[in-house]
Design a protein around this ligand. Structure first.
Ligand code: UD1
Ligand code: CA
Length: 449
């Protein structure tokens, strides 16, 4: 007998209120599309196959779903005839390969693997249908969970509820889990018997009970089932996601003195004993190792920061940056496709792209790698213990050998071998007294007219 679970993710809504050309479920939270958050949580709860039900064919949704889980399929619900009808769009997959079928929603992105695990466990413990319910002080619009003697007996949609039923504050999250094969029997039994002429998945409760099945309610935190219909709710979900992830990082040993000002990405990895100062933004694909300090107002994406490195304030690490142990990257420094070796320093006002910088090398203030000629990118390779003078332009392709120096203000366009001083600079001429002469002449010019 299978112990696997099929997750059916409903996403056939048109998302009009987002006012967007992008399908609603592809709007991102922490840089990851909402539907991918849902798929990821399912996967983390051990669910192998996710079936996404969409209203019309969407290559973008399909690609996104497969990126989140290669065992994802897309199913089209041609007509929106209700939530029970939507689930049936994935019927072809509902076979004895699965022990249970979980219903999730593409626009309910904050559901956690832990909650999904609890739902699966209820089936393992003998439930045939479990519905996730939540307590709320704003029950308006939700289906109400009618409980009798501690048992769920039915769900009444808001629009069909009596005044008394409307007072119920225990609501249907929409998330349910069905034991296979009862789901098929139940879905076949659900009729369009309500005023809206829709097939309501919520009718599964009464139908199941009438079939003699074991139906249960499980509690879930209201925050986890927060739905997104417009951009205000999207921003709210983002905020809750950030809050939750920051809290996890704090609990795992990361210091943040103003966590509310730190923006994380869905995939940010931060090791214990890292300090993150206020107003730091993480784009995708960043890893920060123990002991590192990310100082205020820095923006990192596609970067790996080694242990005990100090980044910022006001640093900008761009894609494919690898910072080794103990490195210092200071104020107004931008890096891209660059490796910085252990204990090297790039402390002030620099652009370092397509480069390799050896251990302990010091890159002076205002150093620029000239890596692009308008068509192609070229590489700058700097050895160990090099001293790059301030305001050096390094014209790539270029190699600077270990233990060499470049003179301040030089444009270095020829390779420099080891232990060499490279200096490119015109002779300085000092004309004594000439400044005074100029001053007098210019003053006279101004006041003549
Ligand atoms: C539904 C529940 C309600 C619950 C609420 C939680 C039903 C009948 N009602 O109500 O009890 O409290 O969710 O938010 O299930 N969808 C499709 N195809 C359809 C219809 C819906 O894919 O034909 C998808 C929608 O895109 C949406 C989800 O199912 O993501 C819920 O549908 P919606 O019409 O918003 O249901 P609610 O009225 O909110
Ligand atoms: Ca010069």
């Amino acid at each position: 007998m299978s112990t696997d679970c099929l997750a059916v993710i409903l996403a056939a809504g048109d998302g009009k209120r987002m006012k967007s050309d992008l399908p609603k479920v592809l709007h991102p939270i922490a840089g990851l599309p909402m539907v991918a958050h849902v798929i990821r949580s399912a996967k983390l709860a051990g669910i192998s196959h996710t079936a996404v039900v969409v209203g019309e064919k969407s290559e973008l949704v399909g690609e996104c779903a497969r990126r989140a889980n290669e065992m994802s399929t897309i199913h089209i619900q041609n007509e929106r005839l209700g939530t029970a009808h939507a689930v049936l769009a994935a019927r072809e997959l509902m076979s004895s390969n699965f022990n249970e079928v979980l219903i999730l929603y593409g626009d309910v992105p904050l559901i956690t693997p832990n909650t999904i695990n609890r739902a699966r466990k209820s089936v393992a413990q003998g439930s045939d249908l479990s519905v996730l319910g939540f307590e709320t002080c704003k029950p308006f619009g939700y289906g109400r969970m009618v409980m009798q003697g501690g048992k769920l007996t039915s769900i009444i949609e808001h629009k069909n509820a009596s005044e008394k039923e409307k007072k119920i504050t225990y609501c249907n999250s929409g998330i349910m889990i069905f034991k296979f094969p009862y789901i098929l029997d139940i879905l076949e039994e659900i009729k369009k018997n309500n005023s809206q002429k829709e097939y309501y998945l919520t009718d599964a409760v009464e139908v199941g009970i009438n079939m003699g099945l074991r139906v249960h309610a499980l509690d879930v935190d209201e925050e986890e089932i927060l739905g997104v219909n417009d951009r205000v709710q999207l921003a709210h979900a983002e905020q809750r996601w950030q809050f939750r992830r920051r809290r996890e990082l704090l609990m795992s040993g990361v210091s943040m003195s103003a966590p509310d000002t730190v923006v994380l990405s869905h995939d940010t990895v931060v090791y214990p004993d890292v300090t993150i100062e206020p107003n730091v933004i993480f784009g995708e694909n960043v890893l920060v190792m123990s002991g590192a300090k990310i100082r205020a107002f820095s923006y990192l994406e596609g970067a790996r920061v080694g242990s005990n490195a100090v980044i910022g304030p006001y640093a900008r690490l761009r894609s494919d940056t690898r910072i080794d142990e103990g490195v210092r990257v200071g104020c107004f420094v931008e890096t891209k496709t660059t490796y910085v070796g252990p204990y090297a320093k790039i402390n002030h006002l620099s652009y370092v792209g397509d480069s390799e910088i050896g251990s302990r090398t010091n890159v002076g203030a205002g150093t620029i790698t000239c890596n692009y000629d308008g068509y192609s990118k070229y590489k700058t390779v700097i050895g160990e213990d090099v001293f790059i003078g301030s305001n050096t332009s390094l014209v790539a392709p270029l190699k600077v050998g270990s233990r060499s120096n470049t003179g301040a203000g030089s444009i270095i366009y020829k390779d420099v071998s080891e232990d060499t001083l490279a200096i490119e600079r015109n002779d300085q001429i000092n004309k004594e007294g000439y400044a005074k002469f100029l001053r007098n002449r210019n003053k006279a010019k101004k006041f003549r007219s």
